[in-house]
Design a protein around this ligand. Sequence first.
Ligand SMILES: NC(=O)c1ccc[n+]([C@@H]2O[C@H](COP(=O)([O-])OP(=O)(O)OC[C@H]3O[C@@H](n4cnc5c(N)ncnc54)[C@H](OP(=O)(O)O)[C@@H]3O)[C@@H](O)[C@H]2O)c1
Length: 264
Amino acid sequence: MDLKLNNKTVFITGSTGGIGFATAKLFLQEGATVFINGRYQHSVDKAVEKLVTQFPKGNICGIPADFSKKESVSALIKQLPTIDILINNVGIYKGTSFYEMPDEEWTEQFEVNVMSGVRLSRQLLPKMMDKNWGRIIFISSECATLVPEDLIAYSMTKTAMLAVSRGLAQMTKGTNVTVNTVIPGSTLSEGAEKFLSDVAEKESKSTAQVEAEFFTNVRTSSLLQRFASVEEVANTIVYLSSPLAAATNGAAIKVDGGSMGGIL
Ligand SMILES: NC(=O)c1ccc[n+]([C@@H]2O[C@H](COP(=O)([O-])OP(=O)(O)OC[C@H]3O[C@@H](n4cnc5c(N)ncnc54)[C@H](OP(=O)(O)O)[C@@H]3O)[C@@H](O)[C@H]2O)c1
């Protein structure tokens, strides 16, 4: 299927690894121009280098910016070229008891996970509306409705993203701009791989055993009963970004392996 993305320019926040990096690869495969991002020049350079090796003819750039720092975001916004597709992917979490998490950590997660998308959308959405074409995708999480008790702050940010995304979609009425949210479930990013191998080592088990136990004991509602691959999440992000997905607007699309339950 030709996703008709070859003349589009994409910016993906937090994309030196994980779901963002896999999404960058898929966009390059489709011929789009891709701007990736991470906090540090060295990590961005390394990720760009990897992509250039895989896609020697690809149009790839990197812009470092730390979304926990307002001034870094302002500097980024000044550097951004015209963007057709914005993927608000960056997300951080801390698994801490509600009683122990200080205000600063609530604020940091809100800044990075929610305000990153708010600030970028405020800048880029009017330009998309002027051009009468654009895509904004927010990457939420199954935690938006599952709300694990050690991840209340993170879950709050992921629920907030759903409201921001839906509100922005309503502003696009009658245009060819769409705003949607993708909701991943447990996904095998490098962080998740490290979590599995750390537990496996600590408990003298195989990673396959730790993964199986995670779904038996923790994420019991998963129908998939395994971590999704980063590519499986990226496939949905890239499809929703394409002109082919024009009739999907204001939606929250789950790639959660069924963990959130419900019919819709
Ligand atoms: N993995 C999962 O199981 C899962 C499940 C549901 C939802 N999600 C959501 O999916 C999105 C991507 O998750 P992921 O697991 O793929 O991410 P990840 O691997 O944890 O992080 C991706 C990138 O974010 C960058 N980053 C971290 N803090 C940043 C900051 N302050 N400013 C700019 N960049 C920053 C890091 O790059 P540098 O180190 O180069 O800065 C890293 O390469 C997140 O929003 C997450 O909440 C993930």
